[in-house]
Design a protein around this ligand. Structure first.
Ligand code: BGC
Length: 744
């Protein structure tokens, strides 16, 4: 895989550090030093004015604007409206003056610039010396009180004599870069308060702040509420400026502006009474609990250690399941690219991380789909189908994809919702969830696939025609094997669940039409799965084996992304694939396939995969581990864990690849740890890269912490509670506190 690392940040197991400011990496660093807490997120841009290149992005999960999608011709069923998460208020807005001169790193000379993200504590700090003052900045976005964000600036004079002035406030003027405009309209502003509303979606944010220093004056400008603070500073003296910011979103349009302001005033008054130090202590405790219980440690490979912690850190920052109306955007809350949209990544790549780290978050990821079921039912009608057709990309549950080839053809997204129900229930045994919510999702998705497919007049097989599988380099294909297999499995699962409910809770069975269950079973039996007995290869879709071959190694690494350099339709005419497709099926339903099938298909498809999606390397690494290709497994793993830190795809400036952070976590646990979660009990078959002395990971299993420690040719499993059955290297053990050790 021709991708090169850019080594820029300092390597440390717990920190990401930057020594000396390099404006050319400014936007990448803004992404890397992003902070968030599921509810809000802020890129690592400077607090103070910076006139150089920067994306001052501050986002609120699920706060969006909308625009029409226009086409030359109106075709029925194409999405016509796109929602996108918008850049919101710059809550950390600050200007700093020393004896009248304004600090601006694009213009001023500073020395000893240093910045760090401390993942152990969830805190970003930055320091440098300017004008005889050592400035140290600290910020965090509270993980325990989601509306609170905090800023602290320490000024120590190292020769400076005079007056420091700070202007700080909340600023609704930032431009949403992708649309090159601002979407906010003022609702109210006053001393230390400002509230604004989005232009057409009518969502509101109330923002209030308070500092430890008494303001000289408060003032307002258009879409901005500010306060001015000043103090004298002499050589050797230190002054500290601390500011708490409370930001409250209101998405309910029926709440009047008066009530919205009143609620904001009451809530922020209470929240601003609590001290900076108290919020900081609670926030740090949140992070120490995370790391004390569910860390991954790697001995002998600091780069991967740092990389995997960075991924875990960002997954917790992006989502921790407080709110079932929110989801994980592919770039989280770290940039505008991908518009804050949720993809099928949530159900396929992110769900396992949350299932085994934070079950409440896992459940809420699926609840998000349940809560947007009506939009999926409506979309199915637009598509001349029945049941629920879930969107390819979305914020509010409607389809926001303006590229119809993806939005209309990637129907595997709907199968992923049913798969998520199955995967979650198989592992967490949450029958209440299954009967109350999951069953409805299963019925509506089965209904959709039963109406979306058709029978081949030649063979009588059932199939899904005119689709795009996970591999986005082949469009409008027939019978994508991954999708067909998923749907076959989910038809059968739905029928099994309904039959179980007939015994357990008939009153909860979702409404079914006569003969539907029989129809789904029949279609599952008749589903076409293209398989060649002789070679043991699954054909990615009808006719894939006939496509002209292209040697992926002949493509110059600087001609990427492919979409930018290749004529659009030329991408679809060869057998090069963008990301795992058949291989994903072999991983998701691991126990259904033999080792020989895995080997044959890995060899065949790996040679044809260009890894244009960041979701690709980790799946290859996981399968490579399983079939004993250890070098390949290690090579692919490093792309996954350090994708953004080393800017492998040259697009980290646009935001972090949050969903591939989940893939990087899977890479350790499912890859080297050899975990599989597609059976009634968990199974493991650990391997250890020779480059590592050892490694350890912990997961939450049936409410207890399972620790897997691999070193010295042995793997040790311990569970911190009553023993549970676990399959290790093919044999079932009862693993409890005393542990089980096996040779690997
Ligand atoms: C991939 C999709 C994925 C999306 C968001 C695309 O490049 O092809 O499978 O859902 O990125 O991560």
């Amino acid at each position: 895989m021709a991708k090169e690392a850019i080594k820029y940040y300092g390597v440390d197991p717990w920190k990401i550090t930057e020594t000396g400011f390099n404006p050319e990496r400014g936007r990448v660093s803004e992404s890397i030093f992003s902070l968030g807490n599921e509810y809000m997120g802020t890129r690592g841009y400077f607090d103070e004015v910076y006139s150089g290149d920067s994306l001052k992005g501050s986002y609120f999960n699920g706060v969006w604007e909308e625009k029409p999608i226009t086409y030359f011709e109106h075709f029925k069923g194409l999405s016509e409206r796109c929602c996108f998460m918008i850049n919101a208020n710059n809550w950390i807005y600050t200007r700093i003056f020393a004896n009248g001169e304004e600090l601006d790193l694009a213009k001023c000379r500073v020395e000893d610039f240093y910045r760090e993200l401390d993942m152990k504590r969830g805190i970003v700090t930055r320091s440098f010396v300017w004008n005889g003052i050592k400035l140290t900045f600290e910020r965090f976005i509270s993980m325990t009180e989601r509306t609170v964000a905090a800023q602290k600036i320490t000024f120590t004079s190292v020769g400076f004599e005079g007056t420091v002035k700070i202007v700080a406030g909340s600023d609704f003027t930032p431009i949403h870069e992708e649309e090159n405009r601002n979407f906010w309209h003022e609702v109210f502003k006053g001393d230390g308060i400002i509230a604004a509303r989005t232009e057409s979606s009518g969502q509101r944010i109330y923002s209030a702040y308070e500092a430890n220093i008494k303001a000289d004056r408060f003032f307002t400008e258009e879409k901005k509420s500010c306060a001015e603070y000043s103090f004298k500073l002499s050589n050797g003296e230190t002054e500290t400026f601390e500011r708490l910011s409370v930001n409250i979103t209101e998405k309910d349009k029926t709440v009047t502006d008066d009530d919205f302001i009143k609620n904001g005033n009451e809530k922020s008054a209470k929240l601003l009474k609590v001290s900076y130090d108290k919020y900081k202590a609670d926030h740090e405790k949140f992070w120490s609990d995370v790391w004390n219980t569910l860390d991954i440690t790697i001995d002998g490979d600091e780069e991967n250690q740092q990389g995997v912690r960075f991924c875990i850190f960002n997954l917790h920052q992006t989502y921790h399941g407080e709110d079932g109306s929110l989801n994980v955007g592919a770039k989280g809350l770290t940039g505008e690219k991908y518009s804050g949209w949720t993809f099928w990544d949530s159900e396929t790549y992110c769900l396992p991380f949350y299932m085994f780290n934070n079950p409440q978050a896992a459940k809420n990821l699926i609840m998000y789909r349940y809560n947007t079921l009506q939009q999926a039912l409506d979309r199915a009608v637009e598509q001349d189908t029945k049941g629920a057709c879930f969107p390819m990309v979305t914020i509010d549950g409607t389809e926001s994809c303006g590229v119809w080839q993806h939005g209309n053809l990637e129907i595997h997204v709907t199968a992923a919702i049913a798969y998520a129900v199955w995967h979650y229930v198989t592992n967490l045994k949450d029958k209440d969830f299954l009967y109350d919510y999951g069953a409805r999702l299963l019925v509506e998705t089965s209904r959709y696939f039963a109406s979306r497919g058709g029978f081949s007049p030649k063979t009588g097989e059932y199939g899904l025609y005119g689709v795009m599988g996970p591999d986005e380099f082949h469009m409008m294909v027939n019978n994508n094997t991954y999708t067909n297999y998923m749907v076959k499995k989910m038809f059968n699962y739905t029928v099994d669940v309904i039959n179980e409910m007939k015994r357990e809770c008939p009153e909860k069975i979702p409404q079914l039409d006569d003969g539907e269950l029989e129809d789904w079973s029949f279609k599952a039996d008749k589903m076409r799965i293209n398989y060649d007995e002789e070679t043991e290869l699954f054909e990615q879709h009808d006719g894939y084996f006939d496509l002209p071959h292209i040697d992926i190694n002949s493509i110059s690494p600087d001609r990427v992304p492919i979409y930018k350099y290749w004529a659009y339709d030329s991408i679809f005419r060869v057998n090069m694939i963008k990301q795992p497709d058949v291989l994903l099926m072999l991983f998701f339903f691991s126990k259904d396939f033999t080792m020989k099938q895995k080997e044959a298909n890995y060899d065949y498809y790996e040679a044809r995969c260009f890894h244009e999606s960041s979701l690709s390397p980790s799946i290859h690494s996981i399968l490579a581990s399983e079939i004993g290709k250890d070098e390949k497994a290690y090579e692919y793993a490093k792309y996954a864990s350090r994708l953004d830190l080393d800017d492998y795809n040259r697009n980290t400036h646009q935001g972090l690849h949050i969903t591939s952070c989940a893939a990087a976590w899977m890479n350790i646990v499912y890859g080297f740890g050899g975990m599989r979660s597609d059976d009634d009990i968990l199974s493991f078959k650990p391997t250890k890269p020779v480059q590592w002395k050892g490694y350890q990971f912990k997961i939450l299993y049936r409410g207890k912490i399972l620790t897997v420690d691999v070193r010295g040719g042995k793997a040790r499993f311990t569970l911190d509670g009553e023993a549970e059955p676990i399959r290790i290297c093919g044999k079932e053990y009862s693993v409890g506190r005393e542990g089980v050790e096996v040779e690997i």
